[in-house]
Design a protein. Structure first.
Length: 55
């Protein structure tokens, strides 16, 4: 087996690991927070409250 085959298998292995991490994190986040909390824009509301508009 040459170097390129080893690198190809390593790349496939890393992509599987990253994909599993994304799915596990998605499930963990979905079970930890409610849909309303995930869809809220509290940061946007805080920014809007602290902005100073001058005309």
């Amino acid at each position: 087996m040459d170097m390129w085959n080893v690198m190809e298998y390593a790349a496939w292995g890393l992509s599987i690991i990253f994909g599993l991490y994304i799915v596990i994190d998605w499930i963990k986040t979905d079970s930890t927070y409610s849909e309303e909390e995930l869809m809220s824009s509290r940061e946007g509301e805080l920014e809007a409250m602290t902005e100073e508009h001058t005309l």
